[in-house]
Write a protein that binds this ligand. Structure first.
Ligand SMILES: Nc1ncnc2c1ncn2[C@@H]1O[C@H](COP(=O)(O)OP(=O)(O)OP(=O)(O)O)[C@@H](O)[C@H]1O
Ligand SMILES: [Mg+2]
Length: 254
């Protein structure tokens, strides 16, 4: 398994993504990958996003592979959340392309991303405290509740699988933060996400909860999910598994 972070450096450097003589490693053929490995689920190429004078993402290329945990590392303000928001359909990139399963796509909204199999757990949780776990899980982007009965069994089994010894009818307000986070993860997995983006998921957790979250992410990886762990803690990223750091960059103003 490989941790890969691939960003292009700016400073007027017009190097193409994947250039062998430059800062960025070759894109598709890392030596650690067996020949029969499937294609990446997501291919981001040359993604740039600026906010006024701030270049938050500068020509970033990133592949997400099934069955791998990818750590996107960077200090505060490095552009991690922006990159994730581009993939999650919150922002349109100023330039660059996104392919999902080889098809170039334009991700128009978070609901569109979810429909395309990209699920996001944000830095600030989105659950409604006075609704039950089940209601929160089935609550759609459009605010409509779908078939509760059909979802209950699935949610109950995911709760057990995720080590949450609570009923699907428990209200969110009764859960600890680490438990709420698992419900957020269940919420996107129930919708069939093959890519799971987590933005600084450990920042709200106790050390014990961090350990169990990382265990859970390894299990999801083993089920073929492409996990993206956004963090500014190097030790945490290194704690997931040995990997490969392929690039780094920082935002800048021009
Ligand atoms: N909506 C926005 N409007 C204006 N500037 C923004 C916006 N979102 C991000 N930025 C700027 O873009 C840069 C990258 O921000 P971003 O939030 O992506 O960084 P980050 O790596 O996630 O940081 P952190 O570790 O603090 O979460 C920062 O300079 C930030 O101020
Ligand atoms: Mg952030």
């Amino acid at each position: 398994m490989t941790r890969r972070v691939r960003q292009e450096r700016k400073n007027g450097n017009n190097r193409e993504p994947g250039s062998r003589d430059g800062f960025i490693s070759p894109v598709a053929t890392p030596s650690s990958r067996p020949a029969n490995t499937p294609s990446p689920i997501v291919e981001m190429r040359g993604i740039s996003k600026r906010f006024g004078p701030v270049v938050a993402n500068d020509r970033i290329s990133l592949d997400l592979w099934p069955g791998e945990i990818h750590a996107v590392l960077g200090e505060n303000g490095a552009g991690k959340t922006t990159l994730m928001n581009v993939l999650a359909g919150m922002y349109q990139p100023d330039s660059g392309t996104i392919r999902i399963a080889g098809q170039e796509v334009r991700i128009t909204s978070p609901a569109d991303a979810l429909q395309r199999g990209i699920g996001t757990v944000y830095q600030h949780f989105t659950l409604v405290p006075n609704l039950s776990i089940l209601e929160n899980v089935v609550l759609g982007e459009d605010g409509f509740l779908v078939d509760l009965g059909a979802a209950e069994g699935k949610v109950a089994s995911l709760l057990a699988d995720f080590g949450l010894d609570v009923s699907p009818h428990t209200e969110i307000r009764h859960l600890a933060l680490g438990q709420r986070q698992r419900v957020e993860i269940i919420k996107v997995l129930v919708r069939g996400s093959r890519v799971l983006l987590l933005d600084e998921p450990t920042s709200v957790l106790t050390p014990g909860e961090v350990t169990s979250l990382l265990d859970l992410l390894r299990r999801l990886r083993d089920q073929g999910i492409a996990v993206v762990l956004i963090t500014h803690k190097l030790a945490e990223a290194l704690g997931v598994e040995p990997g490969e750091l392929v690039g780094a960059s920082a935002p800048s103003t021009e």
